[in-house]
Design a protein around this ligand. Structure first.
Ligand code: IMP
Length: 175
């Protein structure tokens, strides 16, 4: 596949691997018993979720939720819609919502509100990235990979117009 612009590595695969292992260990320590559900928000979290699940050394269930936030390719308008709902109940489970990035915070806030109504034992947020400079809505991130500056990132699951998700590092597109 040809990709139009050359991406520059911001966080390389080794740093990602170490951070994801540490997050997985912490999540396992914090949830020694009960049913644990790792809930990936599609599509951006798919690669992070796959690595995180393997870093959590205890039984767990993997579920997915699809959301779409309307806007242009680089900014969300704040209007969020569930495009794929949960297919199994989460009542009485400890749920970790796994996001690729908290940017304005609007998607995460919407999701946490929706999930609060579903009788889970607990709902926590795990995000690979946080861009605090663009926060519109304050969101509590219980498990965070990396804080980044106000740059548009791709790779390791994140896209620009559906491209670049397969890059193994987190990169910035040079334009
Ligand atoms: P929100 O602005 O926090 O609601 O983020 C909405 C969604 O926009 C995220 O889950 C990402 O899928 C996407 N997004 C925000 N910033 C970036 C970025 O820098 N690169 C790729 N996707 C992003």
């Amino acid at each position: 596949m040809t990709q139009a612009t050359a991406p520059r590595v911001l966080i390389d695969r080794e740093r990602i691997r170490e951070r994801v292992l540490a997050l997985g260990r912490q999540i396992a320590l914090d949830h020694p018993d009960g049913e644990l559900v790792i809930l990936g928000v599609l599509k951006g979290s798919f690669m992070f979720l796959a690595d995180l699940a393997r870093a959590i050394d205890r039984p767990l269930r993997v579920e997915f939720l699809g959301v779409q936030s309307y806007g242009n390719a680089k900014t969300s308008s704040g209007a969020v819609q569930i495009t794929l709902d949960l297919t199994n109940p989460i009542d009485n489970a400890d749920v970790i919502v796994v996001e690729d990035i908290v940017d304005t915070g609007l998607t995460a806030q919407f999701l946490m509100q929706q999930l609060a109504a579903r009788q889970a034992r607990s709902v926590k947020l795990c995000s690979l990235l946080h861009k605090p400079a663009r926060a519109v809505q304050p969101v509590q991130i219980d498990y965070l990979g990396f804080t980044i500056d106000d740059v548009f990132v791709v790779g390791y699951g994140l896209d620009y117009a559906q491209k670049y998700r397969n890059l193994p590092d987190i990169c910035v597109i040079e334009s």
